[in-house]
Write a protein that binds this ligand. Structure first.
Ligand code: NDP
Length: 252
């Protein structure tokens, strides 16, 4: 079942899908959050939508991982813990940290993200517990140490940036304000910057096609959205600082 040929297909499939997704997102903005133009009837409360669409990153990952012949080895277990720290937060904690709101998320977005998570979680768990070779000494290699550092830095930025956004709304408010301070002085979406750094860190730490394909796809998904956020802020707020980039300070 955990066939190297299938893994190749999943990895290269995601690499091919990444530029297609980026291009599509330049023309069609994913309709959730501020970019949801009309109320879709086929939708569910945002909190439950996030929990559902992110959930394969927990159960699919665990199901594949624990069948792996390397599942009881130190490095695969540590890598699973790193994955778990991000996804336990994203799936079970983050949806309850976001301010209570009547906002809904379309089923189409939930279905797309759910499918992506099935694919991506299978592929990354297969890499770590079935197909990859991670002896204990992998812990002392530059890729593992540098990747872990980058992942930690990215997660810290992502958590900080999302918390800053959540704090902008008083209870009951649903509108948008200009976020200020720290990385927000340089980019519109430091939460996306953090997320991208995390998955580049993961790619380096696992030194795998699966990790690099995921990092590439994350960029393909988040960079166009950050550009759209920036365009939206400039349209909505005449006093929005024009020098603020979308996601990479001083670059884009
Ligand atoms: P956004 O930055 O669009 O929004 C994050 C939260 O902050 C939402 O609850 C949003 O409310 C609120 N918010 C945003 N801007 C403002 C503002 N100016 N004033 C007040 N409130 C604001 O992020 P996403 O919803 O797209 O993503 C959420 C998290 O999920 C991020 O951490 C992101 O990195 C991660 N993510 C990861 C992906 C990946 O490919 N790995 C893909 C997508 C997201 P509202 O919902 O009402 O707009």
């Amino acid at each position: 079942m955990f066939d190297p040929a299938l893994q190749q297909f999943l990895v290269w499939g995601l690499v091919v899908l990444a530029p297609i997704t980026a291009l599509a997102l330049v023309f069609v903005v994913a309709p959730y959050g501020r970019h949801q133009k009309s109320k879709s009837r086929a939708s569910l409360p945002a909190r439950w939508g996030w929990m559902l669409m992110e959930s394969p990153s927990l159960w699919m990952f665990a199901w594949v991982f624990f069948q792996g012949q390397h599942a009881n080895r130190l490095v695969p277990l540590l890598l699973m813990a790193v994955w778990g720290v991000h996804y336990v937060h994203r799936t079970l904690i983050w949806p309850f940290r976001m301010p209570k709101s009547p906002r809904r998320i379309p089923w189409s977005i939930v279905a797309g993200a759910f499918g992506f998570q099935l694919w991506n979680s299978y592929m990354n768990a297969a890499q770590i517990a079935h197909l990859g070779r991670y002896p204990d000494c992998w812990l002392y290699t530059p890729p593992f140490m540098a990747g872990l550092l980058l992942f930690g830095l990215g997660m810290a930025i992502n958590l900080w940036a999302d918390s800053r956004l959540f704090a902008l709304r008083k209870p009951g408010e649903t509108g948008y304000k200009i976020p200020r301070g720290g990385l927000y002085e340089y980019v519109v979406s430091p939460n996306y910057l953090g997320e991208i750094l995390e998955w580049i860190g993961w790619a380096v730490m696992t030194w795998s096609g699966a990790g690099f394909a995921f990092a590439l796809y994350t960029m393909a998904n988040l960079v166009p959205r950050a550009l759209e956020h920036r365009r939206w802020y400039l349209e909505q707020f005449p006093d929005f600082p024009r020098g603020r980039k979308a996601v990479f300070p001083g670059i884009l």
